[in-house]
Design a protein around this ligand. Structure first.
Ligand code: 5AD
Ligand code: SF4
Length: 440
């Protein structure tokens, strides 16, 4: 038997890309590839790229340039670009970087094995179409190998919201949801292979409306209740959500579905109504705050997470202050903040920019506030008992590391537990990025 070819995938960006990379590796597994952790011994290098902020494309080109030596040593080496930069740049990538053999957009991954075969014949392969089919259904099913206790599962892709700053509606296309039974089949399969926690993924995951087996569309809450019935699946999470798609049933599920974890990532982007309007967010700071109030009524201990953009065109100090006020009011357990970055082709791209230094300074102030809350909330866990799903051994003999319900990393010495064990843990110490606990 010929030796397996080696595939090196480098993943940038969001969790959807992490999931896509796993599925691409599996699909290419069918074409005789096994994964390797370094580009040096690879027969194929695949960059799964992100286009959400500036310089992403430039980073891809400079990364590609670094493979020049490898390709010279090994002319059979195939180099591919996948993900959102592939979608946005298309053929331009091959023009600018002749090293590239294959360019594949996020909706065409099921065509990867035939594209790879084409490259073996010395023909370059490009596919950035938006076909009307479920690419995951056409992708080779996940092999039956044992897996770690946590997994991502993409249930929805694309976005119809068109926030004025965002490329996602252009790179990932319109909102599409996968049918319920395919998701359930995939989830059961994951559970059989050792997975105990599934994070449902979608660019607008709570806008999910996939076909149910009775032919009618189901909501995310309905999907969650179906997943809740799977024995052996202990935890369900979902990300990323849009405030306008948090319906009553989903809010209620946070109070009534024991498997749904008390953590919610709900980006708001800004606390200023003027800026929210210009961002085309179609919610206000007030409506967002009231929504969180309702979510907390359903699940008082829920840990909130969010995304923010500072320095959006026309953001004044007063607008920024409104963002700080909103952060003070919500008290986020986690939050991600970014300096606005112009994305060509988006509506905001034409607008005048906020002074760069001003924007950097605002970002620092916002991050300081977020870090303060994040740290305080983590510190408040000390003395509490949480449930930890252990994922892997820690740095020291006998130490195990896992996540609490609230997604805090927790490590326990002499845990005498295996990956996949779900244990009650008393938190005894709060460190910089993790908690220390003892088995309760
Ligand atoms: N500039 C800065 N941040 C952005 N995001 C999306 N587009 C941009 C942009 N053009 C941020 C948003 C989003 C997160 C995934 O990335 O906060 O929620
Ligand atoms: Fe981008 Fe807005 Fe859609 Fe989120 S909701 S993916 S920020 S356009």
């Amino acid at each position: 038997m010929s030796e397996a070819k080696k595939l090196y995938i480098k993943t940038y960006g969001c969790q959807m890309n992490v999931y896509d990379s796993e599925r691409m590796a599996e699909a290419l597994g069918g074409a005789g590839y096994v994964e390797t952790k370094t580009p040096d011994d690879a027969d194929m290098i695949l960059l799964n790229t992100c286009h959400i902020r500036e310089k992403a494309a430039e980073k891809v080109y400079s990364e590609l340039g670094r493979f020049k030596g490898l390709k010279a040593e090994k002319p059979d080496l195939k180099i591919g670009v996948a993900g959102c930069v592939a979608q946005a740049e298309g053929e331009e990538i091959m023009r600018r970087q002749p090293l590239v053999d294959l360019v594949v957009g996020p909706q065409s991954y099921h065509r990867l094995p035939e594209m790879e075969a084409k490259t073996q014949e010395g023909v370059k392969a490009l596919d950035t179409e938006f076909p009307e089919e479920d690419k995951f259904e056409r992708l080779k099913s996940r092999p039956k190998a044992k897996r770690g206790p946590t997994a991502f599962l993409t249930v929805q892709e694309g976005c119809d919201k068109f926030c004025a700053f965002c490329v996602v509606p252009y790179t990932r296309g319109a909102e599409v949801s996968r049918p319920v039974d395919r998701i359930l089949t995939e989830a059961r399969d994951l559970v059989e292979r050792g997975v105990r926690e599934i994070t449902l993924l979608g660019q607008n995951v709570n806008a999910y409306h996939g076909a149910g087996s009775d032919g009618s569309d189901k909501t995310l809450a309905q999907l969650i209740w179906e997943l809740d019935k799977i024995d052996g699946l202990e935890r369900i999470r979902f990300t990323t959500s849009h405030p306008n798609d948090m319906d009553d049933a989903l809010i209620e599920a946070h109070g009534t579905c024991n498997k749904l974890m008390p953590y919610l990532h709900l980006p708001v982007q800004s606390g200023s109504d003027k800026i929210l309007k210009r961002m085309n967010r179609s919610h206000t700071a007030e409506s967002y705050l009231r929504l969180i109030e309702r979510i907390r009524e359903a699940r008082p201990d829920i840990l909130m997470s969010g995304d923010f953009i500072v320095g959006f065109p026309e953001e004044t100090e007063e607008d920024f202050q409104a963002t700080l006020d909103l952060v003070e009011e919500v008290r986020y357990g986690y939050a991600y903040s970014f300096k606005y970055s112009t994305r060509p082709g988006t509506p905001a791209a034409e607008r005048p920019l906020v002074d760069e230094d001003e924007a950097s300074e605002r970002l620092q102030r916002l991050q300081a506030l977020i870090t303060r809350d994040q740290r305080a909330i983590q510190d408040e866990m000390v003395g509490r008992e949480v449930k930890v799903l252990f994922e892997k051994p820690g740095r020291f003999e006998g130490q195990m590391v896992g996540k609490s319900e609230y997604l805090h990393a927790v490590h326990v010495d002499k845990a005498n537990a295996a990956a996949g064990d779900l244990c009650a843990v008393r938190i005894v110490e709060s460190g910089t990025n993790s908690l220390k606990g003892i088995l309760a």
